[in-house]
Design a protein. Structure first.
Lengths: 155, 398
């Protein structure tokens, strides 16, 4: 009976110490791996060009670049947006990334819609979903004009 | 659940196997094998996680390691565990080997267990050698230059082996890439295969016990589980605490980024290769090959085939005069050479020649995301920094 009690104690103690080591090693390791999920992205204003040159009642596809930290690399990132001025100093700048699964939408001037090539999503010229699976409208980027230059907020 | 598993798996037989009694007179020295196994798992886990943030290219490796050490939460700790764990592994594996020699546990029928164990020692050293190139700092670069040059002195195939190791005629991107592949894919596959075989032999032949054990003693000790396993996990806990404290308080060295033109750098290998580093100083000119190839190879072959060379009766080391002499001389020799290598004076003469023009440095290429499809007109009105400053100045002056 005594032997059995000792054996049972050793089994529990072995499992406890094993669990303790696993936790002590596992928590930092998992924290190390998942830490990017808790990292706040930096937002910055990026210039698109002189507002006067960008003025257009129709959507234009505009590419721009900016530098951002990508892990240990200072990378030049390239982005593409659709830009139009809605008059009265209001700018509409839409991200081309479909709000469904991240494919790039295309502007169809005839249909006055943004079409997604992946799952058939359609957004109207205000970015609202007209058809297809996206749960949200197209992302409208924050804009500002300073010294005649149009900026978008890159997050 | 238990019943479900019992009906499908031989759990009872497995449990009975684990609870088989060990020989009498098993002591704490018999835990070194389990500690080595624990360190192997710890190295595998920390290494697998470090790989999340590592990039094996000369442009990225050093910055990636700096990033791990300085910016990733727990990064310095995880890298510390991996770095100091490697040193602990060498120490524990050598102590494990010495325990086997002490009790002459390598003798029949356990020759295969021994041979696979010696192969595992070589793999551990291989992990060390391929691992410390990865941070791509001065030490990494120059120790690898010297290490590969040592391999090149092997008669016949030396030059070929060196070129294969480097992936060319000099250390560079291809070398780093293949050392990374060796360190993270090839050696782990090999080590798990060899550990599997080693453990199979350990369980198949049973623990050797000590020479004191009579045949009746061999199954008269405490059961492996939970008694021996409990002692092993206590050892693992102590080892982990020591490693964790060292990882927390002793920063892992990271020297300047590798510079193939730095003539002022005094290359020194990791401490566990210092004996070899020191040995090479005593063999000069045509005798170089004795230090670089003949002594290490003959030493390894003698170690590998020790069970077939030592035909004496099983007894504790101090009752085997020849084995005692050879072991003592080898251990003392390696320790003395390591100390001499570690304390040897570095060259005091600095480069005095006219400095060269700075050569082009490593440029980190920018990553670009190609998102432009054909057939669509793209506008790019983005301004240069000078143009933006100009526009701002104009507005401020108005």
């Amino acid at each position: 009976m005594e032997k059995r009690g000792r054996r049972s104690f050793l089994e529990i103690a072995t499992a406890f110490i094993g669990g303790l080591i696993s936790l002590a090693a596992g928590i930092p390791l998992i924290g190390f791996a998942i830490s990017p999920a808790f990292k706040k992205g930096e937002s910055k204003w990026v210039d698109l060009g002189l507002a006067d040159r960008l003025k257009n009642s129709r959507f234009r596809k505009v590419d721009y670049t900016f530098t951002a930290k990508d892990g240990w690399v200072k990378a030049t990132k390239k982005r593409s947006v659709y830009v139009t001025d809605a008059g009265n100093g209001e700018w509409r700048v839409f991200s081309r990334t479909c709000s469904h699964l991240g494919c790039l939408v295309r502007w169809d001037a005839e249909k006055e819609s943004f079409l997604c090539p992946c799952h058939g999503a359609i957004f109207d010229k205000t970015g609202v979903v007209v058809a297809g699976p996206p749960p949200e409208p197209l992302q409208k980027l924050q804009t500002k004009v300073e010294a005649g230059i149009l900026y978008v907020k890159e997050t | 659940m238990r019943q479900f598993l019992n009906e499908r798996l031989p759990l009872e037989a497995f449990s009975a196997h684990l609870r088989k009694p060990l020989p009498k007179h098993i002591n704490l020295l018999f835990s070194f094998g389990s500690l080595a196994m624990f360190l192997l798992l710890l190295q595998a886990a920390t290494g697998a996680f470090l790989a999340f943030y590592y990039s094996p290219s000369p442009e990225h490796a050093y910055n990636a390691v700096t990033y791990i050490s300085t910016e990733v939460p727990f990064g310095a700790f995880v890298r510390g565990l991996h770095h100091w764990g490697a040193s602990a592994m060498v120490i524990i594996v050598v102590l494990h080997l010495l325990r086997v020699v002490l009790y002459s546990s390598y003798k029949a029928p356990r020759e295969l267990t021994w041979i696979f164990g010696v192969l595992l020692l070589l793999i551990v050293l291989g992990f060390g050698f391929t691992g410390y190139l990865l941070p791509w700092d001065e030490k990494a670069y120059w120790a690898t230059v010297v290490g590969v040059e040592i391999a090149s002195t092997a008669p016949g195939l030396g030059d070929f082996v060196a070129k294969v190791l480097r992936g060319g005629t000099e250390i560079g991107a291809v070398t780093l890439s293949r050392f990374y592949a060796l360190h993270t894919i090839w050696l782990p596959w090999l080590v798990f295969g060899l550990v599997g075989a080693h453990l199979f032999f350990v369980r198949y032949y049973g623990s050797s016990g000590t020479p004191k054990n009579t045949p009746e003693d061999m199954e008269a000790g405490k059961p492996f589980y939970p008694h021996q396993v409990f002692e092993d996990v206590v050892g693992m806990l102590i080892l982990f605490i020591v490693l964790a404290v060292v990882a927390l308080f002793v920063p892992v060295p990271l020297e300047d980024v590798a510079d193939p033109t730095n003539a002022d750098y005094d290359p020194r290998p990791e401490w566990y290769f210092l004996f070899l580093f020191q040995l090479l100083k005593y063999f000069q000119g045509p005798f170089e090959v004795i230090g670089t190839f003949i002594i290490p190879t003959v030493g390894m072959l003698l170690l590998l085939f020790l069970p077939f060379l030592d035909r004496s009766e099983r007894a504790v080391l101090w009752k085997r005069p020849i084995a005692l002499t050879v072991t003592s001389v080898s251990v003392i020799g390696i320790v003395v050479l390591t100390i001499l290598g570690g304390t040897s004076k570095k060259l005091e003469t600095q480069e005095t020649a006219q400095p060269t023009e700075a050569i082009q440095g490593a440029v980190t290429p920018a990553t670009e995301i190609e998102q432009v499809e054909e057939g669509e007109e793209v506008f790019d009105f983005q301004l240069t920094e000078e143009e933006i400053e100009g526009a701002v100045e104009v507005e401020e002056s108005q």
